[in-house]
Write a protein that binds this ligand. Structure first.
Ligand SMILES: [Fe+2]
Length: 303
């Protein structure tokens, strides 16, 4: 069955992934993707005009694999950079429309959770750019339940540059504070965070760079997450797989559903890692995960 639209998070909640999903009913899997970023492949290879047929083909492979997966994934979260065009770029609306058209093909019984990235709301987000994201894809931060697990989705751009949206940053801070506090006594089996920009790429104390969040914001936040009992943080943005851990809390950085990247002293180029997805298995006492290229996504997940 094909939906004609996607479900949008609203009022900091996601319809269907609510109180009904609060109880543990046994192990399950979910899918994490990041950076489908419609338009980046042509942009990276210098093609003009930019099209995003390559990304559409990759999306179709991903969604076909997700829709036939057994057991059915509990949800499919896309950790930001849904599309490549920045706000005010004249291809943005067209890319967003194609993203919505393609991602509406996810089996409607597998909730699609959209997270905002820097390309979606801009490197320096504004009220207008965030409102546009909310209108098209839903709230930029919210919480949901999935099979006894509490999940919080964050707008990571507010940690990167909130210079034009100080009020909105404060609102997210207050909300997150309350959510982390509530999670402690919620009885959740795990507490997970989903966001676009990783706090760090490999080591919590690594130096500031383009792909991580500045140390002065990073360390207090990581400590806050530890105090609240966060198990795992899932991110994208890097267009390569990476990650590490801090005081027993894992941070997973997942490569792109669209254009993979590699970096040399000469600059960035298309990476050799395949475009793909991560399959995450959730057990009562543990979480495990593996990244698969689009052609290697398993049809059966062994729980
Ligand atoms: Fe990206």
């Amino acid at each position: 069955m094909m939906a004609e639209f996607i479900v949008k998070a609203k009022d900091r909640k996601y319809e269907g992934l609510d109180e009904n999903e609060k109880g543990w009913k046994g192990p399950f899997c979910f899918i994490q993707g990041a950076d489908p970023q419609y338009g980046m492949i042509d942009d990276m290879s210098g093609k003009k005009p930019i099209t995003w047929q390559a990304e559409i083909e990759l999306t179709r492979k991903a969604i076909a694999a997700i829709n036939r997966m057994k057991p059915k994934p509990k949800f499919f979260v896309v950790c930001g950079d849904l599309i490549h065009a920045m706000p005010d770029d004249n291809q943005k609306e067209e890319q967003e429309a194609d993203f919505l058209k393609e991602f509406a093909k996810v089996d409607p019984s597998i909730p699609l959770v959209c997270v905002c990235g820097n390309h979606d709301i801009g490197n320096t987000p504004t009220r207008k750019s965030i409102q546009n994201f909310r209108n098209k894809f839903g709230d930029d931060y919210f919480g949901f339940w999935a099979g006894g697990v509490r999940c919080l989705v964050l707008n990571s751009q507010l940690y990167e540059d909130a210079s034009k949206v100080q009020e909105l940053k404060k609102e997210q801070d207050v909300w997150l504070e309350a959510e982390l506090d509530a999670a402690k006594s919620s009885g959740c089996k795990h507490l997970l965070i989903f966001q676009h920009i990783p706090w760090f790429l490999n080591k919590p104390e690594e130096e500031n760079e383009y792909f991580n969040i500045d140390l002065d914001i990073r360390m207090p936040m990581l400590d806050k997450f530890i105090a609240a009992g966060v198990n795992t943080i899932f991110c994208g943005h890097y267009h390569r797989n990476a990650g590490g851990s801090y005081k027993g809390m894992e941070e997973v950085v997942t490569s792109a559903m669209g254009c993979p990247l590699s970096q040399s002293p000469a600059g960035f180029e298309m990476g050799k890692q395949p475009s793909g997805l991560r399959v995450v298995k959730v057990h009562e006492k543990s979480i495990s995960h593996q990244y698969y290229g689009m052609d290697d996504i398993p049809s059966t997940v062994d729980l």
